[in-house]
Design a protein around this ligand. Structure first.
Ligand code: ZN
Length: 321
Protein backbone atom coordinates (compact mmCIF):
# COMPACT_ATOMS: atom_id res chain seq x y z
CA UNK A 1 0.00 0.00 0.00
CA UNK A 2 1.27 3.46 -0.85
CA UNK A 3 0.39 6.58 1.08
CA UNK A 4 -2.31 5.84 3.62
CA UNK A 5 -3.79 8.19 6.14
CA UNK A 6 -4.21 5.64 8.90
CA UNK A 7 -0.83 5.09 10.48
CA UNK A 8 -1.72 1.83 12.19
CA UNK A 9 -4.02 0.49 9.50
CA UNK A 10 -3.59 -3.14 10.48
CA UNK A 11 -4.68 -2.39 14.04
CA UNK A 12 -7.61 -0.41 12.70
CA UNK A 13 -8.71 -3.33 10.54
CA UNK A 14 -8.26 -5.86 13.36
CA UNK A 15 -10.81 -3.85 15.31
CA UNK A 16 -13.19 -4.37 12.37
CA UNK A 17 -13.50 -0.65 11.94
CA UNK A 18 -15.06 0.83 8.85
CA UNK A 19 -12.84 2.29 6.19
CA UNK A 20 -12.82 3.60 2.63
CA UNK A 21 -10.21 2.86 -0.01
CA UNK A 22 -9.66 5.36 -2.79
CA UNK A 23 -7.98 4.28 -6.02
CA UNK A 24 -7.39 5.21 -9.64
CA UNK A 25 -6.75 3.11 -12.73
CA UNK A 26 -6.09 3.39 -16.45
CA UNK A 27 -3.80 6.43 -16.06
CA UNK A 28 -6.32 8.37 -14.02
CA UNK A 29 -9.25 7.88 -16.41
CA UNK A 30 -10.96 5.64 -13.85
CA UNK A 31 -11.46 6.58 -10.23
CA UNK A 32 -12.78 4.19 -7.66
CA UNK A 33 -13.92 3.95 -4.07
CA UNK A 34 -14.74 0.91 -1.96
CA UNK A 35 -15.95 0.87 1.61
CA UNK A 36 -16.50 -1.51 4.49
CA UNK A 37 -19.29 -0.07 6.66
CA UNK A 38 -20.58 -2.81 8.94
CA UNK A 39 -19.91 -0.86 12.13
CA UNK A 40 -21.54 2.33 10.86
CA UNK A 41 -24.66 0.53 9.66
CA UNK A 42 -24.89 -1.45 12.93
CA UNK A 43 -24.70 1.79 14.87
CA UNK A 44 -27.42 3.35 12.71
CA UNK A 45 -29.60 0.29 13.29
CA UNK A 46 -29.06 0.43 17.08
CA UNK A 47 -29.72 4.18 17.15
CA UNK A 48 -32.90 4.17 15.10
CA UNK A 49 -34.28 0.68 15.89
CA UNK A 50 -34.76 -0.01 12.20
CA UNK A 51 -36.53 -3.05 10.82
CA UNK A 52 -34.38 -5.22 8.49
CA UNK A 53 -35.56 -3.55 5.29
CA UNK A 54 -35.15 -0.08 6.86
CA UNK A 55 -31.64 -1.09 8.01
CA UNK A 56 -30.79 -2.08 4.44
CA UNK A 57 -32.21 1.14 2.96
CA UNK A 58 -30.40 3.33 5.49
CA UNK A 59 -27.21 1.28 5.35
CA UNK A 60 -26.98 1.54 1.58
CA UNK A 61 -27.38 5.31 1.58
CA UNK A 62 -24.95 5.70 4.51
CA UNK A 63 -22.36 3.63 2.64
CA UNK A 64 -22.79 5.72 -0.51
CA UNK A 65 -22.69 8.88 1.60
CA UNK A 66 -19.39 7.83 3.18
CA UNK A 67 -17.76 7.39 -0.24
CA UNK A 68 -19.33 10.51 -1.75
CA UNK A 69 -18.35 12.52 1.34
CA UNK A 70 -14.67 11.87 0.76
CA UNK A 71 -15.12 13.09 -2.85
CA UNK A 72 -15.74 16.56 -1.36
CA UNK A 73 -12.86 18.98 -1.68
CA UNK A 74 -12.80 21.06 1.47
CA UNK A 75 -12.76 20.25 5.17
CA UNK A 76 -15.97 22.15 5.92
CA UNK A 77 -17.85 20.80 2.89
CA UNK A 78 -21.02 18.86 3.52
CA UNK A 79 -23.00 16.39 1.43
CA UNK A 80 -26.69 15.81 2.11
CA UNK A 81 -28.74 13.20 0.28
CA UNK A 82 -32.47 12.93 0.71
CA UNK A 83 -34.69 10.26 -0.71
CA UNK A 84 -38.43 10.83 -0.67
CA UNK A 85 -40.68 8.02 -1.78
CA UNK A 86 -44.33 6.96 -1.71
CA UNK A 87 -43.48 3.57 -0.17
CA UNK A 88 -43.94 2.70 3.54
CA UNK A 89 -40.41 3.89 4.44
CA UNK A 90 -41.42 7.40 3.24
CA UNK A 91 -37.80 8.41 2.82
CA UNK A 92 -34.40 8.93 4.39
CA UNK A 93 -31.71 11.55 4.82
CA UNK A 94 -27.95 11.06 5.03
CA UNK A 95 -25.29 13.70 5.66
CA UNK A 96 -21.56 13.17 5.20
CA UNK A 97 -18.43 15.27 5.38
CA UNK A 98 -15.00 15.03 3.78
CA UNK A 99 -13.56 13.33 6.89
CA UNK A 100 -15.62 10.18 6.52
CA UNK A 101 -18.15 11.14 9.19
CA UNK A 102 -21.65 10.10 8.22
CA UNK A 103 -25.07 10.26 9.86
CA UNK A 104 -28.58 9.50 8.74
CA UNK A 105 -32.12 8.44 9.53
CA UNK A 106 -35.16 6.97 7.83
CA UNK A 107 -38.58 8.60 8.14
CA UNK A 108 -40.33 5.39 9.16
CA UNK A 109 -37.92 2.89 10.78
CA UNK A 110 -40.64 0.32 11.49
CA UNK A 111 -41.36 -1.04 8.01
CA UNK A 112 -42.20 -4.70 7.53
CA UNK A 113 -42.86 -5.85 3.98
CA UNK A 114 -42.46 -9.24 2.26
CA UNK A 115 -39.04 -10.24 0.91
CA UNK A 116 -38.38 -9.56 -2.76
CA UNK A 117 -37.18 -13.13 -3.06
CA UNK A 118 -35.60 -15.62 -0.65
CA UNK A 119 -33.05 -13.76 1.42
CA UNK A 120 -33.49 -10.50 -0.50
CA UNK A 121 -34.95 -7.49 1.32
CA UNK A 122 -37.24 -5.35 -0.84
CA UNK A 123 -35.62 -1.92 -0.41
CA UNK A 124 -37.16 -0.67 -3.67
CA UNK A 125 -40.60 -1.68 -2.44
CA UNK A 126 -40.05 0.05 0.90
CA UNK A 127 -38.88 3.28 -0.76
CA UNK A 128 -41.39 3.34 -3.61
CA UNK A 129 -41.43 5.99 -6.30
CA UNK A 130 -40.08 9.44 -5.69
CA UNK A 131 -36.97 11.57 -5.84
CA UNK A 132 -33.32 11.65 -4.82
CA UNK A 133 -31.91 15.05 -3.93
CA UNK A 134 -28.19 15.66 -3.52
CA UNK A 135 -26.92 18.88 -1.97
CA UNK A 136 -23.25 19.75 -1.73
CA UNK A 137 -22.54 22.59 0.64
CA UNK A 138 -19.15 24.00 -0.23
CA UNK A 139 -18.33 26.70 2.27
CA UNK A 140 -18.47 30.16 0.73
CA UNK A 141 -19.82 29.11 -2.64
CA UNK A 142 -23.50 28.60 -3.47
CA UNK A 143 -24.59 25.10 -2.49
CA UNK A 144 -24.92 22.72 -5.41
CA UNK A 145 -28.30 20.98 -5.48
CA UNK A 146 -29.67 18.44 -7.90
CA UNK A 147 -32.73 16.23 -7.95
CA UNK A 148 -33.47 13.11 -9.98
CA UNK A 149 -36.41 10.73 -10.19
CA UNK A 150 -35.84 7.43 -8.40
CA UNK A 151 -35.23 4.63 -10.91
CA UNK A 152 -35.87 1.57 -8.75
CA UNK A 153 -35.59 2.83 -5.18
CA UNK A 154 -32.85 0.25 -4.62
CA UNK A 155 -30.48 3.23 -4.08
CA UNK A 156 -27.42 1.98 -6.01
CA UNK A 157 -29.39 2.21 -9.29
CA UNK A 158 -30.68 5.62 -8.32
CA UNK A 159 -27.18 6.92 -7.57
CA UNK A 160 -25.84 5.48 -10.84
CA UNK A 161 -28.57 7.43 -12.63
CA UNK A 162 -27.83 10.55 -10.57
CA UNK A 163 -24.11 10.49 -11.43
CA UNK A 164 -24.68 10.18 -15.16
CA UNK A 165 -27.56 12.67 -15.48
CA UNK A 166 -26.63 15.31 -12.89
CA UNK A 167 -22.85 15.12 -12.80
CA UNK A 168 -22.28 13.72 -16.30
CA UNK A 169 -19.96 11.12 -14.80
CA UNK A 170 -20.72 7.56 -16.01
CA UNK A 171 -20.50 5.44 -12.86
CA UNK A 172 -21.11 2.00 -11.51
CA UNK A 173 -22.43 1.94 -7.96
CA UNK A 174 -22.68 -1.23 -5.87
CA UNK A 175 -24.09 -1.17 -2.34
CA UNK A 176 -24.82 -4.07 -0.06
CA UNK A 177 -26.24 -4.58 3.41
CA UNK A 178 -26.86 -8.08 4.65
CA UNK A 179 -29.11 -8.34 7.68
CA UNK A 180 -28.84 -11.53 9.71
CA UNK A 181 -31.78 -13.62 10.92
CA UNK A 182 -31.43 -12.00 14.37
CA UNK A 183 -31.76 -8.59 12.65
CA UNK A 184 -28.16 -7.60 13.31
CA UNK A 185 -26.01 -6.28 10.48
CA UNK A 186 -23.95 -9.14 9.08
CA UNK A 187 -22.25 -7.34 6.21
CA UNK A 188 -22.21 -3.82 4.80
CA UNK A 189 -20.14 -2.14 2.16
CA UNK A 190 -20.02 -0.88 -1.37
CA UNK A 191 -18.10 0.55 -4.28
CA UNK A 192 -18.28 3.41 -6.76
CA UNK A 193 -16.35 3.22 -10.04
CA UNK A 194 -16.32 6.35 -12.21
CA UNK A 195 -15.17 7.08 -15.75
CA UNK A 196 -13.25 10.31 -16.19
CA UNK A 197 -12.90 12.35 -19.40
CA UNK A 198 -10.53 10.76 -21.90
CA UNK A 199 -11.27 7.19 -20.89
CA UNK A 200 -10.51 4.73 -23.69
CA UNK A 201 -13.05 2.30 -25.15
CA UNK A 202 -10.77 -0.60 -24.30
CA UNK A 203 -10.84 0.40 -20.63
CA UNK A 204 -14.63 0.58 -20.66
CA UNK A 205 -14.87 -2.88 -22.28
CA UNK A 206 -12.56 -4.40 -19.68
CA UNK A 207 -14.44 -2.74 -16.84
CA UNK A 208 -17.78 -3.98 -18.15
CA UNK A 209 -16.39 -7.51 -18.37
CA UNK A 210 -15.08 -7.25 -14.80
CA UNK A 211 -18.43 -6.00 -13.54
CA UNK A 212 -20.20 -8.94 -15.21
CA UNK A 213 -17.95 -11.33 -13.34
CA UNK A 214 -18.73 -10.02 -9.89
CA UNK A 215 -21.76 -10.96 -7.92
CA UNK A 216 -23.48 -8.67 -5.45
CA UNK A 217 -21.52 -6.64 -2.92
CA UNK A 218 -22.92 -8.72 -0.08
CA UNK A 219 -21.66 -11.87 -1.82
CA UNK A 220 -18.19 -10.40 -2.04
CA UNK A 221 -18.28 -9.35 1.62
CA UNK A 222 -19.58 -12.77 2.65
CA UNK A 223 -16.57 -14.30 0.91
CA UNK A 224 -14.48 -12.17 3.25
CA UNK A 225 -13.29 -9.78 0.56
CA UNK A 226 -11.86 -6.50 1.84
CA UNK A 227 -12.49 -3.18 0.03
CA UNK A 228 -9.00 -3.53 -1.46
CA UNK A 229 -9.89 -6.97 -2.83
CA UNK A 230 -13.22 -5.73 -4.17
CA UNK A 231 -11.38 -3.00 -6.10
CA UNK A 232 -8.80 -5.54 -7.25
CA UNK A 233 -11.58 -7.66 -8.76
CA UNK A 234 -13.17 -4.65 -10.48
CA UNK A 235 -10.21 -2.63 -11.75
CA UNK A 236 -7.18 -4.76 -10.88
CA UNK A 237 -6.39 -5.45 -14.56
CA UNK A 238 -6.63 -1.75 -15.46
CA UNK A 239 -3.43 -0.66 -13.77
CA UNK A 240 -4.96 0.08 -10.39
CA UNK A 241 -3.19 2.31 -7.92
CA UNK A 242 -4.51 2.62 -4.38
CA UNK A 243 -4.29 6.28 -3.35
CA UNK A 244 -5.29 6.20 0.29
CA UNK A 245 -7.28 4.52 3.02
CA UNK A 246 -9.53 6.60 5.24
CA UNK A 247 -11.48 5.75 8.37
CA UNK A 248 -15.24 6.30 8.24
CA UNK A 249 -17.86 6.20 10.99
CA UNK A 250 -21.38 7.07 12.07
CA UNK A 251 -21.04 10.37 13.88
CA UNK A 252 -23.46 13.12 14.82
CA UNK A 253 -22.15 16.57 15.60
CA UNK A 254 -25.27 17.92 17.27
CA UNK A 255 -24.90 20.02 20.41
CA UNK A 256 -27.04 22.06 22.82
CA UNK A 257 -25.94 25.18 21.04
CA UNK A 258 -27.03 23.93 17.60
CA UNK A 259 -30.35 22.69 18.97
CA UNK A 260 -30.97 26.02 20.73
CA UNK A 261 -30.74 27.64 17.30
CA UNK A 262 -33.62 25.42 16.22
CA UNK A 263 -35.64 26.81 19.15
CA UNK A 264 -34.66 30.30 18.11
CA UNK A 265 -35.77 29.63 14.54
CA UNK A 266 -39.29 28.80 15.74
CA UNK A 267 -39.85 32.51 16.14
CA UNK A 268 -40.65 34.74 19.08
CA UNK A 269 -44.39 34.04 19.10
CA UNK A 270 -44.03 30.28 19.29
CA UNK A 271 -41.26 30.55 21.90
CA UNK A 272 -43.43 32.82 24.02
CA UNK A 273 -46.27 30.31 23.80
CA UNK A 274 -43.95 27.52 24.95
CA UNK A 275 -42.77 29.66 27.86
CA UNK A 276 -46.39 30.45 28.77
CA UNK A 277 -47.15 26.74 28.92
CA UNK A 278 -44.59 26.60 31.72
CA UNK A 279 -43.18 23.22 30.70
CA UNK A 280 -39.62 22.41 29.65
CA UNK A 281 -39.17 21.83 25.92
CA UNK A 282 -37.75 18.59 24.61
CA UNK A 283 -36.02 18.53 21.24
CA UNK A 284 -34.74 15.36 19.68
CA UNK A 285 -31.95 15.18 17.10
CA UNK A 286 -33.26 13.22 14.09
CA UNK A 287 -29.80 11.91 13.27
CA UNK A 288 -28.77 10.42 16.62
CA UNK A 289 -32.00 10.44 18.69
CA UNK A 290 -30.33 12.42 21.46
CA UNK A 291 -32.83 14.48 23.43
CA UNK A 292 -32.08 18.00 24.61
CA UNK A 293 -34.23 19.51 27.35
CA UNK A 294 -34.58 23.27 27.73
CA UNK A 295 -36.05 24.65 30.96
CA UNK A 296 -38.50 27.54 30.93
CA UNK A 297 -35.73 29.79 32.23
CA UNK A 298 -33.45 28.76 29.36
CA UNK A 299 -36.22 29.41 26.83
CA UNK A 300 -36.68 32.88 28.32
CA UNK A 301 -32.97 33.56 27.77
CA UNK A 302 -33.22 32.33 24.16
CA UNK A 303 -36.30 34.51 23.56
CA UNK A 304 -34.44 37.49 25.00
CA UNK A 305 -31.55 36.80 22.62
CA UNK A 306 -34.01 36.62 19.72
CA UNK A 307 -35.44 40.00 20.64
CA UNK A 308 -32.01 41.58 20.98
CA UNK A 309 -31.02 40.18 17.56
CA UNK A 310 -34.20 41.57 16.00
CA UNK A 311 -33.70 44.97 17.60
CA UNK A 312 -30.08 45.19 16.53
CA UNK A 313 -31.12 44.32 12.99
CA UNK A 314 -33.68 47.14 13.08
CA UNK A 315 -31.03 49.53 14.28
CA UNK A 316 -28.76 48.64 11.42
CA UNK A 317 -31.58 49.20 8.95
CA UNK A 318 -32.41 52.54 10.60
CA UNK A 319 -28.83 53.71 10.32
CA UNK A 320 -28.64 52.64 6.70
CA UNK A 321 -31.87 54.31 5.59
ZN1 ZN B 1 -27.44 14.30 16.88
Amino acid sequence: MTDNKITNLDDWKKLQNDYIVRATAANGTVRAFAAYTKKMVSEAKETHHTSPVATAALGRLLTAGAMMGVMLKGDGDLLTMTIKGDGPLAGETVTANANGEVKGFVYNPDVWIPLKRAGKLDVGGAVGRGTLTVIRDQGMREPYSSQVELQTGEIADDLTYYFVTSEQVPSSVGLGVLVDTDQTVRQAGGFIIQLMPGVEDETIDKLEANLKNVNSVTDMLEKGMTPEEILESLIGNLGMEILDTLPTSFKCNCSRERVSKVLLSLGEKELQEMIDEGKPAELKCHFCEKTYTFSVEEMKTILQAAKVTRLSRHNIIDIDS
